[in-house]
Design a protein around this ligand. Sequence first.
Ligand SMILES: [Fe+2]
Ligand SMILES: [Fe+2]
Length: 480
Amino acid sequence: MRLIDKLIEKGVLVEPEIVETGLFDSLSESQQEELLNEDLEILSRDLLKKIIGKQKESKETFEIIYDYKPKQEKIDVNMFVKMFNNRYRELEKILLQRSELEGVMSINRIKSDNEGKKALIGMVLEISETKNKNIILTMEDPTGTINAIVSKSRKDLYFEVKDLVRDEVIGLTGSKSGEVIFVNSIINPDTPLSKELKKSPKEEYVIFIGDPHYGSKVFLEKEFKKMISWLNGQEGTEELKNIAAKVKYCFITGDLIEGIGIYPNQEKDLLILDIEEQYEKFTDLIKNIPQTIQVFIIPGNHDAGRIAEPQPSSLSDFAPSLKSMKNVHLLSNPCLVKIAKHKNFSGIDVLLYHGYSLPYFADTVESIRNAGGMNRTDLIMKFLLQRRHLAPTHSSNMYVPSETDDLVIKTVPDIFVTGHIHKVSVGSYRNITTINASCWGDVTDDQIKRGIEPQPARLVVCNLKTREVKIINFLGKRKK
Ligand SMILES: [Fe+2]
Ligand SMILES: [Fe+2]
């Protein structure tokens, strides 16, 4: 139904000239929704302009840059090919800006070209080792495949090669000899060295809440409520109360609820056995977050609905009361949100990803595994930023193939946030703050089996004026 028809149905008298002005056509879906929620008798052109102006004013400090909506696509085998081609093209665009890759050629052309110096951009199809411990990389681009050899004598490349993973897109330089390339250098798409550390002109704060898992017997309700009391200025030292008063944004990194049937015999760990009830009661807690704070929520693998990534927010179907809250924004996993947009300041981009792929890379990438694996989320996040992809290897996550690869990190964020690991970590890579949020549940058997050592009830707080990050421990001294 058209917006005008909906307004008329509501009993609103709409001035006929509004339709001619085209103002209705310029309204976004959320603006239309807000207009329908206004208590109106007559809608004149001036009033409509005023309402639009008011909406813009109230929303000027944030902007949803990317929020995935499922596409109406026929999924078949070709879709995998299209998706990987799209990934290749997107990352190729980034790599082509690198001076080291000047004169890059397609694999097909290299094969028919003379021997000598070559540069190529390809996807790592296979990594194998010869008997003599040289590494063979089978590289693929849309024109063909070629083997690239990294000699064991190249000690300078050893660590880079050991950290390569299947399906990532890299640039290679080397010398063609016979049918193969002997590798001289490996180039990641990476994030620019020149990225500026953006700071808001105003002292304002953003908080990151990780993995609440509401509905589980071990949900730390007392601690969660204490955190919300702090946000309301009723908890903590004067210094902390001053920070709470300036919190403007809140991100929740998924796994809002514990869910049902996520792992065998999960029922014994559940306090609430109904998904909708888990959401309803969780929403009751969220309602106590001050309305002046914009809350951005993505789903995780414990949430209801589609789990495959990119994961659209299906929370509006399962958690209608959460959806109806004006300061709550239910977004996809991953998503990109700009916050702290002010006059003469373009804002700070926050990339939010639940983090399903993180354990795979903690285990697969040698340097990360040796440095502590899942205890080093900062290194995993750096690794993903360098690959410019949230889950470079097929099988590192569950995904739905599409014509585009929505997990490519096209926009370099200012803050990159994940959850899923249930452990706090704060790092920085080339002026990008990397944050893994905490969780709000104590240890469960399932987590022990998966080798996760949770660090619950920690709240990550970032001062957007200084970009300093603080961790507030709401668990107190009760447990470590
Ligand atoms: Fe979780
Ligand atoms: Fe999770």
